[in-house]
Write a protein that binds this ligand. Structure first.
Ligand code: HH2
Length: 259
């Protein structure tokens, strides 16, 4: 899953894709490089961020989605109206970092469109989530949350086979907890749904490598953790550097099974 942030302030690629034609080119390149889907979003959820208005989010993403019709697109939004417009323009997946807790209309929009949804775990909200993340057992708490949200989504009419789950790397977790969630991916896989991991460029990677104030991580570290997640059963790797991830994962897959 390639990441396409149409925002001025995303933590690693903010401002790069603000012009619609630049964003469209970037998305097309990701698909050429092997992305199975491109996750476009108009609102940063980086630690400390406080959200954008509906009008601003639509202004950012609609022209890009119009230019991407026919490509496999996911819309990274918490807003039902943004999802509705994106699905009309051909998006097939709604990636909601609030796991249907943000906008009461969103589940119905996904269900009515027959679309897929990714439900992500987050402790707290982006503005404050990294202040003091706290868990008893992080893997089982995240799994219990995702199981509950899976039930809510199914009850709202979204078929289970259209639901993906994501532990939300960096969303209210310490560096150690982020790595533990990948190490203990089996706990999440027991829920029976595909697991998405989005560790690409996240600050935990920079901190791991010695910078306590890092706000991003390197591509090489992102590739290392993506392969480790794949080895533990992750189905979707959400990544900014698509070509490199496809190459790394192709090699990792060849070790498992030569095709
Ligand atoms: N991470 C980010 C945004 N959306 N969605 C899912 N399902 N999983 C993630 O790990 C995830 C996500 C944050 O990364 P990015 O989009 O690069 O940055 P920003 O939120 O600053 O735009």
């Amino acid at each position: 899953m390639g990441v396409l942030n149409v925002t001025p302030d995303s933590f690693s690629d903010g401002g790069l894709n603000l012009l619609p034609e630049v964003a469209v080119d970037a998305a097309r390149r990701m698909v050429r490089e092997g992305a199975a889907i491109v996750d476009g979003g108009g609102e940063s959820t980086r630690p400390g961020s406080s959200g954008v208005s509906l009008e601003e989010e639509l202004r950012r993403v609609v022209p890009v989605l119009e230019g991407l019709q026919g490509l496999p697109i996911s819309i990274d939004t918490t807003k039902a109206e943004v999802a509705r417009r994106a699905l009309l323009l051909g998006a097939e997946l709604v990636n909601d970092v609030t796991a249907l807790r943000g906008d009461p209309e969103l589940a119905g929009v996904v269900a009515d469109a027959g679309a897929s949804v990714c439900l992500m775990h987050m402790q707290g909200e982006p503005r404050t989530m990294q202040r003091a993340p706290g868990y008893g057992d992080v893997a089982s708490e995240v799994a219990a949350f995702l199981e509950e949200r899976l039930g809510v989504a199914v009850a709202a009419g979204i078929p289970e086979e259209r639901i993906l789950l994501d532990p939300g790397i960096g969303f209210g977790k310490t560096v150690a907890q982020n790595f533990e969630l990948v190490r203990r991916l089996d706990v999440l896989l027991r829920l029976g749904r595909p697991v998405v991991i989005g560790f690409s460029r996240k600050s935990s990677l920079g901190r791991l490598l010695g910078d306590p104030d890092a706000s991003t991580g390197t591509m090489a570290a992102s590739l290392g953790v993506a392969v480790a997640a794949y080895e533990r059963g992750a189905t979707v790797l959400r990544a900014h550097d698509v070509r490199e991830h496809v190459e790394a994962l192709t090699a990792a897959r060849a070790v498992r099974e030569w095709t």
